[in-house]
Design a protein around this ligand. Structure first.
Ligand code: ZN
Ligand code: CU
Length: 483
């Protein structure tokens, strides 16, 4: 007889590998999965019959902006309520560390505000997270835009040699502290002037490691192919793994072009290790920008520091009400954020269905009236896209949010129901799981999620968080030391 803390019996197990579901028992001891399948010889302190329930590895949200939320609201309710047990922060070029006391210029203001929760280094950031653990595990990327903001005297030009050297030193610090890689966001003003040569030089410390580059490309509209080619060439030259962030094509003129972008990706996969993440909606969301509003059929304000009452209102309605043109209205609302209805459903489905596509929410947790992806991305893939639309099997849907991202981001011992893996687990009803957050009511938790375990600790139960804060900081398991 071996003993264990918890036995989950008779569940329909989706193990995260993409293999067919099967009935099995899963035993947990000291935060790890200690037996799967045959458990007659296991004596459990506690045992739960999960007959009729699905059991999957906890979901991994590969694309988040939860850098500060992990500390400011460690309950992590928007994520754990969806069955998410691990988040990856620092995407789109913006990371909270090592911003320190520097000004949070847009888009850094999506994650950093005021004076609290500022960190000069990833060592200090991870230290804070270890001292005050959140309800989910976290891993981080270092953002190139953050590095520019702290290293450069002027942002509207490429970095000079001394600035590149400063950024490289910060990348080395971040890698030594355990970040999974570096993200870029040349779409945004503070990084727009960065040349491919600058980014390649800043990423030089990643060479020879298994750290990766996550790229929010320069243009997701008319120049999407050129923008993909630029970032894939950088990763390729360094021999570094890559993730294309929140892959999409924007603007009516580009509807249907995901067949071109995915063909380009498939071709590039012959030369390097590149994959992608995607959120399951036809609307984007970021800071308020005129070019983005012009590309969209409609634009919904998510927050405005100047006019908080504009949150949740459409730009066209506000403009008509106030007799303002688009320029005047946007200027009056700044700093602000918005949701842009600018994608085609067929593109979203084609991208989601690609075998290399992982799920990332890209949720913006500090927005007053957030995009529903913050609370709904994962249940929406399982309920709407897998069960209702039958875009892929439930096994594949689970794989895209567990085993696949764990492998791509190098999260060892996560993302699978397998002996020795962390007991990050979600119990859900495959017939009932659904997203409830909408563009008019964006903060409604999903339904159909029964229990969520983080490192073996029950952290969400029937519609409410427990008080558990069992999340761990996941540091990159270094296979190569930074140069
Ligand atoms: Zn982005
Ligand atoms: Cu993002």
């Amino acid at each position: 007889m071996t003993t264990c803390d918890l036995l989950l019996s008779n569940a329909t197990v989706f193990d995260g590998s993409g293999q067919a579901r099967r009935q099995a028992n899963v035993a947990v001891h000291q935060g790890l999965i200690c037996a799967v399948g045959e458990t007659e010889k296991v004596e459990a302190a506690r045992s739960i019959d999960l007959q009729g329930w699905a059991l999957a590895p906890g979901f991994i949200d590969v694309h988040t902006h939860d850098d500060r939320l992990l500390l400011s609201d460690p309950s992590m309710a928007p994520k754990v309520s969806q069955g998410v047990t691990t988040v990856i922060t620092g995407n789109c070029g913006i990371s909270l560390a090592p911003l320190g006391r520097h000004e949070a210029i847009p888009p850094l203001n999506l994650i950093a505000n005021g004076e609290d929760q500022r960190f000069d280094s990833f060592a200090a950031y991870f230290d804070a997270l270890s001292r005050q653990p959140p309800a989910v595990n976290c891993a981080a990327l270092v953002g190139h835009t953050t590095l520019r903001a702290v290293s450069m005297r002027a942002l509207e030009r490429p970095a000079d040699a001394a600035e590149i050297a400063r950024m490289q030193a910060l990348v080395r610090e971040a890698l030594q502290a355990g970040v999974l890689g570096l993200s870029t966001g040349t779409y945004y003003a503070p990084a727009q002037a960065a040349s491919a040569a600058e980014i390649r030089a800043v990423c030089e410390p990643l060479r020879g490691t298994d750290a990766l580059i996550a790229s929010h490309i320069r243009n997701e509209g008319d120049q999407v192919l050129e923008a993909m080619t630029e970032v894939m060439a950088i990763a390729n030259a360094l021999g570094v793994r890559q993730v294309l962030s929140h892959h999409k094509v924007l603007g009516r003129a580009n509807f249907g072009r995901s067949s071109q972008t995915l063909a380009l990706l498939d071709e590039a996969r012959g030369r390097g290790d590149v994959c992608l993440d995607c959120y399951p909606y036809t609307a984007a969301s970021t800071v308020l920008r005129k070019d983005a509003a012009e590309q969209a059929s409609r634009t919904l304000v998510t927050w405005s520091r100047a006019q908080p009452e504009a949150s949740g209102r459409y730009l066209d309605e506000l403009a008509a009400e106030r007799g303002l043109d688009l320029d005047q209205l946007i200027a009056a609302l700044q700093p602000a954020g918005a949701i842009y209805f600018s994608m085609d459903e067929a593109d979203v489905e084609r991208i989601l269905a690609h075998p290399q596509t992982m799920i990332g929410s890209d949720g913006l947790p500090h927005d007053t009236f957030p995009h529903p992806r913050l609370w709904g991305a994962f249940p929406r893939v399982l309920g709407h896209y897998a069960r209702e639309r039958q875009l892929f099997s439930l096994e594949t849907a689970v794989h895209k949010m567990t085993g696949l991202p764990a492998a791509r981001f190098g999260l060892r011992g996560r993302g699978l129901i397998k002996v020795g893996c962390a007991a990050d687990l979600v119990v859900f009803n495959p017939e009932q799981i659904r997203d409830n957050a909408t563009f008019s009511d964006p903060m409604r938790p999903a339904s159909g999620i029964h229990q969520v375990y983080v490192n073996g600790v029950l952290s969400w139960h029937d519609g409410a968080g427990t008080l558990a804060r069992a999340g761990q900081v996941i540091r990159r398991a270094a296979t190569g030391s930074p140069a």
